[in-house]
Structure formats: C-alpha cells, structure tokens
Design a protein around this ligand. Structure first.
Ligand SMILES: CC(C)(COP(=O)(O)OP(=O)(O)OC[C@H]1O[C@@H](n2cnc3c(N)ncnc32)[C@H](O)[C@@H]1OP(=O)(O)O)[C@@H](O)C(=O)NCCC(=O)NCCS
Length: 188
C-alpha cells in the first residue's frame, strides 16, 4: 500500500499564468510535472508551456514549497462542425505519488472547472489515455471520442487516433454543437 499524505491542510490556489509566474513557483511546478510525466522530463526541464501552449491559469495544491498536485487550463478557440467554440483546455493533470488516491486531484479538477465556468468558457475539454479515463469520469467528464478530432502539428493536419480519448465537460454550452472537432492548432 502506497503511503498517502493528509491533504486537508494544503494551500489550494488558482494562479494566473499567461507566461508570467514567479520563478520559484515555476521551478516547483516543473519539478512536479517532471516527476509525474517522466517521459517528458526533458521538456519540463526547460518549460512549463506544453507544446508551446501558454496556460491562462493553473490550479495548484501547495504543501510548503512543494506542488503536491497541479492542473493547467489553456484558453483555446476550436471549430466543432460549423461552430466556433471557446474551450477551457485542461492538461498537465498531476499529483505526486504520496498525494494520489486522496481525492486531492478531484478537488483541483472541480476548482479548475468552476473557474472556467466563471470565465465564460463554452466547454471544458481534455485528452487522455484509457488508463486514466476513470479519473475524469468520476469527476463528471464525458467521453466524446466518437467525434472525429483533427489537430495541426507543424502545419500538418493529423486525425487523432481512437485510443487517444477526448473528454468534455459542459459549461456555458450544455453540449457540443454537432460535427467533427478541429482543434485549429495542436492539442494542449
Ligand atoms: C492522473 C493522476 C493525477 C490521478 O491521481 P489519483 O486519482 O489521485 O490516483 P491514481 O494515481 O490512483 O489514479 C487513478 C487511476 O489512474 C491510473 N493512472 C494514473 N496515472 C497513470 C499512469 N501514468 N500510468 C498508468 N496508470 C495511471 C491509476 O493506476 C489508477 O487506476 P485505478 O483507478 O485502476 O487504480 C495521477 O495518477 C498522476 O499524476 N499520474 C501521472 C500523470 C498522468 O498520467 N496524468 C494524466 C494525464 S491525462
């Protein structure tokens, strides 16, 4: 059984990013992202801007100077069928191992979604692998992988494979407009 840490006394904050956060916080975030995404350690040694996407805001849980858990939200406008949809793009969802299975990440996801609602986003959207689907389903996210979804990387349009799940949560829009999804850029 993995040891877990008490999370009730953690300092949960929403911080504005837009490319400007204090250097010590940047370092703490990068350490947590590198630990939770070892396959992307090199990138997180350089930048928190995943695939060049600058987050609008981040929700973090601080345990002293350590970022125990983290969620980033990118402000993106995508196309769905004929409609333009302003999406709160959720990513970099991470909890350090001692803080997993505590519900901490659920609290951060809920706060990120509430904030997105307050900021007037149409829907929340994220991408994940099958192995973490349950994390999002238990938090009210809906699988929309049956919608074809195209992203653009280095000018090339790429149809996202079906094992790369797409999930959404309704905000100002109760549901997605009909049609295929075009990210009008790369995934976040
Ligand atoms: C995703 C995360 C925040 C969830 O935290 P949590 O809900 O507190 O607790 P867990 O770590 O137990 O995750 C829940 C489930 O996802 C699975 N999971 C999460 N990350 C995983 C990974 N990188 N590889 C394999 N399985 C993973 C867990 O095995 C667990 O499965 P179970 O419900 O069958 O036991 C945390 O696991 C994490 O930081 N993972 C690494 C980063 C990551 O993969 N983020 C998601 C990107 S979409």
């Amino acid at each position: 059984m993995r040891p877990t840490k008490p999370t009730t006394s953690l300092d949960v904050r929403t911080i504005e990013d837009h490319g400007r956060i204090p250097a010590d916080l940047d370092t703490a975030i990068l350490l947590t992202l590198a630990a939770c995404y070892p396959e992307h350690r090199d990138m997180f040694a350089r930048t928190r801007h995943w695939r060049g996407h600058v987050a609008a805001y981040r929700v973090i849980a601080l345990d002293g100077g350590v970022v125990a858990a983290h969620v980033a939200v990118v402000d993106c406008t995508i196309r769905v069928g004929e409609a333009s949809v302003r999406v709160a793009g959720v990513g970099q969802v991470a909890a350090l191992p001692p803080y997993r299975k505590t519900g901490l990440i659920d609290g951060l996801l809920a706060r990120a979604v509430d904030e997105a609602k307050d900021r007037g986003f149409d829907v929340g959207m994220l991408f994940c692998q099958e192995r973490v689907r349950r994390v999002y389903e238990r938090n009210g996210w809906i699988d929309i992988t049956d919608r074809p979804c195209t992203r653009t990387e280095a000018g090339e349009r790429i149809l996202m494979p079906p094992d790369h799940l797409r999930m959404m949560v309704p905000l100002a829009m109760a549901e997605l407009p009909p049609g295929s999804i075009d990210l009008a850029g790369d995934k976040w």
